[in-house]
Design a protein around this ligand. Structure first.
Ligand code: FE
Ligand code: FE
Length: 205
């Protein structure tokens, strides 16, 4: 089967499974991911596919998500038990494999890690994480226009700012922070410091 015909099938299926708002968001993420793939030299079809599927489990009831995890031995941490919506990434990556026959490891990881990120993300994972935050339909986030611009200039910088703003936001609403979000932030804080230091060193000769 040609790759892009699978993408068309996935898009149709998303239109049926997701509510209209979530479907709009999904299209926004898929196209933004494709644009970032063009910018940074990632496979465009892969980026669009991952974007199209990233929230495929979002409109499922919490009970259903929890039961899929239990049935298929997908581990659930305390924060996920308390906030089952967080599970849509884990369950979504499982559905992408089983229902949509996506077997590319990087694509599956991009879906799996799209809410918390992880240290040392691949280019595709960064693209989906950033696209999810900056897609045109998103409205309320601090520094959004600046981050949108930054995303096409320095993907790591945009990623780092999103992680920082997400932690500030979660703190302000007293939301639970998945330990992985903090771990990812800490990793990229150090990563960006090293990157800046190297850039400065390079300038001096
Ligand atoms: Fe999501
Ligand atoms: Fe999303």
């Amino acid at each position: 089967m040609h790759k892009s015909s699978n993408l068309r099938k996935i898009r149709k299926s998303m239109e049926k499974t997701l509510d209209p708002k979530r479907f709009e968001h999904t299209l926004g993420v898929a196209y933004t991911a494709a644009a970032l793939a063009m910018c940074y030299g990632e496979d465009i079809v892969k980026a669009e596919t991952a974007g199209m599927l990233h929230d495929c489990a979002k409109c499922m009831s919490n009970e259903k998500k929890l039961s899929i995890c239990e049935k298929h031995n997908i581990s659930i941490n305390d924060i996920e038990y308390k906030n089952p919506f967080l599970l849509h990434a884990k369950v979504g990556s499982y559905i992408a494999m089983k229902k949509y026959n996506v077997h590319d490891r990087d694509t599956i990881n991009a879906i799996l890690n799209h809410t918390t990120g992880r240290p040392n993300m691949s280019l595709l994972e960064k693209i989906i994480f950033v696209a999810d935050y900056i897609e045109p339909g998103r409205k309320q986030a601090p520094n959004l226009s600046e981050i949108r611009r930054q995303a096409f200039l320095d993907l790591d910088e945009a990623l780092f700012r999103i992680l920082g703003d997400t932690l500030v936001y979660l703190d302000s609403v007293k939301g639970d922070v998945d330990p992985m979000t903090q771990k990812t932030y800490d990793f990229y804080k150090e990563y960006m410091e090293n990157k800046r230091r190297e850039a400065a060193h390079g300038q001096h000769g």
